[in-house]
Design a protein around this ligand. Sequence first.
Ligand SMILES: [Zn+2]
Length: 126
Amino acid sequence: MRDLIDHPDQARLITGATALTSSIGDVTLLTDSARWAVSARPGATVADSLALACGVGILGVVQSLGVERFRACGAPTCRGAFIDTTRPGRRRYCMPGLCGNRVNVANHRARKLSQDGHQKVVGEMS
Ligand SMILES: [Zn+2]
């Protein structure tokens, strides 16, 4: 899954995600709610079921949102990756509340340090 997100080439994503769906047992359309239903074959393991959910999810994003939604986290200290399923598609961090907040705090400290340094230099000059 991570390897697919890290290399968001459309053909590669489709091939890899299709492989994840190998435990597929049944695909149907639920006519009462107009939704697709996918179930794992009998005897599928928990890992098979998780792979199936991930594969179907990846294929759905590739089809509906595009490969540009597969991204590395924008925080310099994080090695995370994510699939941006937000409506505007401008998400930058794997965990906005954590990685985004860390970047904001670091930027704030850098600005404050730069301001304090500037004030100190100005103070020494006067
Ligand atoms: Zn992150």
